[in-house]
Design a protein around this ligand. Structure first.
Ligand code: PRP
Ligand code: URA
Length: 208
């Protein structure tokens, strides 16, 4: 499926703030949350709804509402946690699954270390949250695990993607919907995104 790159002026402005190496962690976290709000709006564009009657103070009309079974948000630990509050702000009834993965520094292969998914994944709309899509290894593994647990309708929401990561995901999971704020140039020889913003998890949590 074609990836959606938002390229919105507000995304561009906020991305410039978090790309800046001088931006302190407190501001970095806040701006990631602001970008998370934009991603939550755009990432949920295809959320299915059903018709429902509603009584306004003036008349009865037809509205729409989300399906009874709430969506699932799955932040990929750690950096995905930075996007979670924004998504929960807009979808407060969402269930939250957690998936712990870290990239092995030498092999770049994602190493799973924690997993806790809510039930009925096969009937829910699932959003994978991870600000960085570099080689695509972590996101691909996250989607693989979710599909193995039954998920059928999955959207990945990321702040910055490298072309390599998009290509990898489209090959591994052609049915995956991908929404990113920006598409950067390339990966460096350590698989960091250029120009990127460095290590998102370290900058979010002060572990530099
Ligand atoms: C970062 C990021 C992604 C992954 C992207 O996590 O948050 O999960 O790297 O890289 P990939 O596309 O090449 O797999 P990291 O492994 O640094 O863990 P952290 O979030 O705990 O810092
Ligand atoms: N993970 C990050 O946090 N940043 C990158 O540039 C690549 C992977």
């Amino acid at each position: 499926m074609e990836a959606t790159v938002l390229d919105h002026p507000l995304c561009q402005h906020k991305l410039t703030l978090i790309r800046d190496v001088k931006t302190p962690g407190s501001l970095f976290r806040r701006v990631i949350e602001e970008l998370g709000l934009i991603l939550a709006v755009e990432g949920t564009r295809h959320l299915p709804t059903e018709p429902v009657a509603v009584e306004t103070p003036l008349e009865r009309t037809q509205g729409r509402r989300m399906l009874p079974l709430d969506p699932v948000l799955v932040p990929v630990l750690r950096a995905g946690l930075g996007l979670l509050p924004s998504f929960l702000q807009l979808i407060p009834t969402a269930k939250v699954g957690h998936l712990g993965l870290y990239r092995d520094h030498d092999s770049l292969v994602p190493v799973p270390y924690y997993r806790n998914f809510p039930p009925l994944l096969d009937q829910r709309i699932v959003f994978v949250l991870d600000p960085m899509l570099a080689t695509g290894g972590s996101a691909s593994e996250a989607v693989r695990q979710l599909k193995a647990a039954g998920a059928k309708n999955i959207t990945l929401c990321s702040v910055i993607a490298a072309p390599e990561g998009i290509t990898r995901l489209q090959a591994d999971h052609p049915d995956l919907r991908i929404v990113v704020c920006a598409l950067d140039r390339e990966l460096n020889d350590k698989a960091y995104i250029l120009p990127g913003l460095g290590d998102a998890g370290d900058r979010l949590f002060g572990t530099l």
